[in-house]
Design a protein around this ligand. Structure first.
Ligand code: SF4
Length: 320
């Protein structure tokens, strides 16, 4: 029996009536750095997923001036059951947004930036063109900053969208599967599991050297073997980096937490994921796609480099 099988997955049997477990609680954000990050985003008219998704890590991340910018407005054309972002008819694209993102990256001194967006099913390109403009503005203004993008699935326009974005040259392409396929109809009704996997395969097909990344939320009622299957599917799609975190219900209107997965169970999932061959894995209750993204990116890049060196040495030894 492995650690995961022996770990109590249901730490709290009725989360509705019980408070969040200790390992989920975080301090209210009060630091000077938090206030400065918040003010900069306001001054530049930028949205962040940190605020819009009510991320529990905002105090820690913003104190360190790490913010994840959410482009293409703050209104999403989908209505996923887990997500706190407003839904409805979005406003027109902000033409100044790409330059403002670059200004924010420079002022925050970011060595690695994560850019995400709302879903924009209303736009002919799904918003891909704005991702490209943001990447270009960052390359022009802060060339040393590595770029990670976390995109929607570009339903119905995936191929051209992926092609354009990958050609712009981000360092990491992230698209989250979010949950196991069985839960898609209730948790992510506007999306298709296999379409999301195909998107990530398409990214690698266009650029085999780009790092691909995906994540799932746990605590939505998924079974352990279903999570293992998702890991296998991700590895088949060549995904390098897996993130796993606890789902938290943002408001009573959103889908309920079915279980609080223990830190020990997260560790066990992490070990299994590493054994399945992911280059990088982040698995903990507070893990989010962009949590510690810069440090994890640097570690992942170093690992790939080391693997490449080992392969070269192995080939040289075979030839000798
Ligand atoms: S984990 Fe990501 S979304 Fe959450 S506060 Fe940190 S940077 Fe923002």
């Amino acid at each position: 029996m492995n650690d995961l099988a022996s770990a109590p997955l249901l730490a709290q049997s009725n989360p509705e009536r019980q408070r969040k477990p200790d390992w989920i609680r975080v301090k209210a954000p009060t630091s000077k750095g938090y206030g400065e990050t918040r003010q900069l985003m306001r001054d530049l008219g930028l949205n962040t997923v940190c605020e819009e998704a009510a991320c529990p890590n905002i105090g820690e991340c913003w104190t360190k001036k790490h913010a994840t910018v959410m482009i293409l407005g703050d209104v999403c054309t989908r209505a996923c059951a887990f997500c706190n972002v407003k839904t409805g008819m979005p406003r027109a694209i902000d033409l100044l947004e790409p330059e403002n993102v670059a200004i924010a990256a420079a002022k925050l001194g970011l060595s690695h930036i994560v850019i995400t967006s709302v879903d924009r099913d209303d736009l002919p390109d799904g918003g891909a063109g704005q991702f490209v403009k943001v990447i270009e503005a960052l390359r022009r203004n802060t060339p040393a900053t590595t770029i990670e993008i976390l995109t929607p699935d570009f339903r119905g326009k995936m191929r051209p969208a992926v092609e354009a974005i990958v050609a712009a040259g981000p360092d990491v392409y992230n698209h989250n599967l979010e949950t196991v396929p069985r839960l898609y109809p209730t948790i992510r009704p506007g999306a298709r599991y296999y379409a999301s996997l195909r998107l990530l395969e398409e990214v690698k097909a266009h650029d085999p050297l780009i790092f691909t990344k995906s994540g799932v939320m746990l605590g939505l009622g998924e079974q352990r073997l279903e999570v293992h299957q998702v890991m296998d599917d991700m590895r088949t799609a060549g995904i390098d980096f897996l993130t796993m975190g606890q789902y938290l219900q943002p408001t009573p209107k959103h889908t309920k937490v079915i279980e609080f997965v223990t830190p020990k169970a997260f560790d066990a999932y992490g070990s299994i994921a590493r054994a399945k061959g992911f280059l990088q894995v982040a698995a903990s209750p507070l893990t989010r796609s962009s949590y510690h993204a810069g440090d994890d990116f640097r570690a992942m890049r170093a690992l790939r480099q080391a693997q490449g060196e080992r392969n070269k040495m192995g080939k040289a030894a075979q030839r000798a």
